[in-house]
Design a protein around this ligand. Structure first.
Ligand SMILES: [Zn+2]
Ligand SMILES: [Zn+2]
Length: 349
């Protein structure tokens, strides 16, 4: 079969011929119906080097996958060949306290995981191929009625990551509150939809690109702002009494966006760093509003994936997708790099 593989650090991916996987005991092979191209893959290609993460290339890219059950290993029950499924992407050890409640991203025994701190497309072979081997059937989640693999694929990361980030701040988003989404890209535009679908907050979207803001508007953002010098003041001006945003979700994570988030946040608000641009924010007693919680977040839990898939099946959350064939996958990443993909790029092998 054909697969888009990362041959080494600081290199471009290559479309090559590899052996088709077969399912060993407890494993499942999924025929891929959609594999999302994530901005973090660009960091894998261009920024990571030996030692950045506890695994290394070569491996097949694609950590955002859905398709149909193709091959079931011995002992796997509850799944049928041909059944549409999503692949839960972070693969932990399966037996530690975090994994037992479905929070594999924060596995506490990574040495016992299939790959420490990774998954398919992150150290092991992912979904940018005709088939993906999933090393444990518990990572295979049946799709609810009304959701196909193409639309389910982006929900496993571009949906799940903002969902997790928003869900943990739900208690700060009652009616009358304001949420700010910084960066309306692959994750941010889904973040806007999730905020509208699961909270009563007013949603303000911020981006440098007018076309990204148009997408945010389409998905229900109450106010969109082209980011500039005055953005923090504009956000405050749009909140009752100028008090600021209850929750700021930074889908970029650069110095400038973190500074903006801290300047726009309300006392006792949340500033959540989702984007991995690697910026820093000086925090002192005087530099941020009182009791603002500043936190990072990474991916989401298996139960949360089931909730996101439900939102997807009911049409409440529907990532905008631009599809590419495997032959066009390298080009898809190029477009992602120059910011010209609308919504999420999904590879359909
Ligand atoms: Zn990702
Ligand atoms: Zn674990």
């Amino acid at each position: 079969m054909r697969a888009l593989r990362l041959p080494g650090w600081k290199s471009e991916p290559e479309l090559v011929e590899v052996a088709e996987p077969t399912a060993g005991p407890g494993q499942v092979v999924v025929r891929i119906g959609g594999a999302g191209a994530c901005h973090s893959d660009l960091h894998l290609m261009h920024d990571f080097e030996a030692g950045t993460v506890p695994w290394n290339p070569p491996f097949t890219l694609g950590h955002e996958n859905a398709g149909w059950v193709h091959d079931l290993g011995a002992g796997v029950t509850g799944l049928e060949v041909g059944q549409p499924v999503a692949v839960y992407g972070p693969w932990g050890c399966g037996t530690c306290a975090r994994c037992r409640v479905g929070v594999d991203p924060y596995c506490e025994n990574p040495a016992a995981a299939p790959v420490p701190g990774g998954g398919g497309g992150l150290g092991l072979d992912g979904g940018m191929a005709e088939y993906e081997l999933v090393p444990d059937a518990r990572h295979v989640v049946p799709l609810p009625e009304g959701l196909d693999p193409l639309h389910a694929a982006p929900l496993t990361d571009a949906g799940l990551t903002p969902y997790h980030a928003i869900r943990r701040s739900w208690h700060k988003l009652p009616p009358g509150s304001t949420a700010v989404v910084i960066g309306v890209g692959g994750l941010g535009h889904v973040g806007v939809q999730i905020l509208k679908a699961t909270t009563a907050a007013r949603v303000i979207a911020v981006d440098t690109r007018p076309e990204a803001l148009k997408l945010a508007e389409e998905y229900g953002a109450d106010l969109t702002l082209v980011s500039g010098e005055a953005t923090a003041q504009e956000i405050r001006g749009a909140t009752p009494g100028g008090r600021g945003a209850d929750v700021v979700l930074d889908f970029v994570g650069a110095d400038a966006t973190l500074r903006l988030g801290a300047a726009a946040a309300r006392t006792v608000g949340d500033l959540t760093i989702v984007g991995i641009a690697g910026g820093t924010l000086p925090v002192s007693f005087f530099s941020v509003p009182y009791e603002v919680s500043i936190q990072t977040t990474y991916w989401g839990s298996r139960p949360e994936l089931i909730e996101v898939l439900d939102l997807g099946a009911r049409g409440l959350v529907r990532p905008k997708t631009t599809t590419f064939s495997l032959d066009e996958a390298v080009d898809a990443y190029r477009k992602l790099q120059d910011g010209s993909v609308e919504g999420r790029a999904v590879i359909v092998p």
